[in-house]
Design a protein around this ligand. Structure first.
Ligand SMILES: Cc1cc2nc3c(=O)[nH]c(=O)nc-3n(C[C@H](O)[C@H](O)[C@H](O)COP(=O)(O)OP(=O)(O)OC[C@H]3O[C@@H](n4cnc5c(N)ncnc54)[C@H](O)[C@@H]3O)c2cc1C
Length: 282
């Protein structure tokens, strides 16, 4: 009798972590680090904007982390240390080997948004999964109308990619607006929640595509604000987070109603996901 591995179309590979070495590590904020990883052997990963990998700190555990680098470039992840596994990943110095499975999940609809205005709304660490989408839009700038990046964090100290934000701000073909919930001494920028920035952005609401990522409460308010502004529900996309284990739709950990976030998401249309947003964990 054939073993499972020998059955046509069956492979254990998606469940096997590939070793990747940390080649660079950069501190973004007091609790957040960006790691650049290269495969110890074999080809690089082919990753689309919005996808994630399962990142394994050997002997500690494995967690889903979005790709925050450019498609076609090195594998880059930005990780906030919130628990045992994410702390171990953030502490991985250059030379450390981590396990990587994936990439998993769908992508931001950047190709389908071609010809439209694009509004990106990010809260906190939510800018990490959206950064590859921004890179895509900038690399194909002539294919899009207005592009706005609206970003909010708790305090100025929690802002990610500050140097890059400054560079983006210096461009004439990109609107960048930043706000913080709470100002600290020396902050001269905006104070308030990120959905408030939507009204000040320049875009054609009827025909724009919105990409939203951040804490769920922020996504709810941002979604409502975009709707009020006239963006159709079908053109608003959010990236969902739930506990995940396999990343492949087998284990059911990330089930939300009738959907499995690792398999069908993490990116969903607002009209599909809004009714399920109240569900915490099944
Ligand atoms: C598709 C997907 C993509 C993700 N992308 C990223 C990413 O790019 N960068 C990143 O840093 N994280 C990302 N996350 C979240 C990340 O997977 C979790 O932070 C991680 O699983 C926490 O595991 P842990 O063992 O370190 O902490 P745990 O022991 O699981 O949690 C420790 C404490 O932190 C809380 N906690 C757990 N997750 C979060 C969270 N997301 N925010 C705030 N508090 C939390 C828990 O409730 C608990 O109190 C993503 C999650 C998903 C599903």
């Amino acid at each position: 009798m054939a073993t499972v591995a020998e059955l046509p179309g069956t492979s254990f590979a998606p469940m096997t972590a590939r070793p990747f070495r940390v080649v660079r590590r950069r501190r973004e904020t007091s609790d957040t680090w960006t790691l650049e990883l290269e495969p110890v052997a074999g080809p690089p990963l082919d990753v689309g904007p919005g996808q994630f990998t399962m990142l394994y700190a050997f002997g500690i555990g494995e967690v889903p982390i979005s790709v925050s680098g450019e498609a076609g470039g090195p594998l880059i992840h930005t990780v906030r240390a919130v628990g045992a596994v994410s702390r171990a990943i953030c502490a991985a110095r250059p030379g450390t080997v981590l396990g990587v499975r994936g990439p998993f999940g769908n992508t931001w609809p950047v190709a389908a948004a071609s010809g439209s205005d694009v509004v990106i709304v990010a809260g906190g660490i939510g800018l990490a999964p959206l950064r590859p989408a921004v890179y895509h839009l900038l690399a194909h700038r002539e294919s899009y109308g207005e592009v706005a990046v609206l970003y909010g964090s708790r305090t100025p100290r929690d802002l990610l990619y500050t140097r890059e934000l400054e560079r983006w701000r210096g461009r004439f073909d990109l609107q960048v607006d930043v706000t913080v919930d709470r100002a600290l001494e020396g902050w001269r920028g905006k104070v308030g929640v990120v959905p408030k920035l939507i009204a000040g952005a320049r875009f054609d609401a009827d025909a724009a595509v919105a990409l939203v990522c951040g804490p769920e409460i922020m996504m709810r308010f941002a979604g409502e604000a975009l709707l009020e502004h006239g963006v159709p529900a079908k053109r608003i996309h959010v990236s969902m987070e739930r506990d995940m284990k396999c990343g492949l739709g087998y284990c059911g950990h990330c089930q939300l109603g009738t959907t499995l976030i690792c398999r069908d998401g993490p990116v969903y249309r607002w009209d599909e996901i809004r009714p399920l947003m109240e569900v915490r964990e099944l």
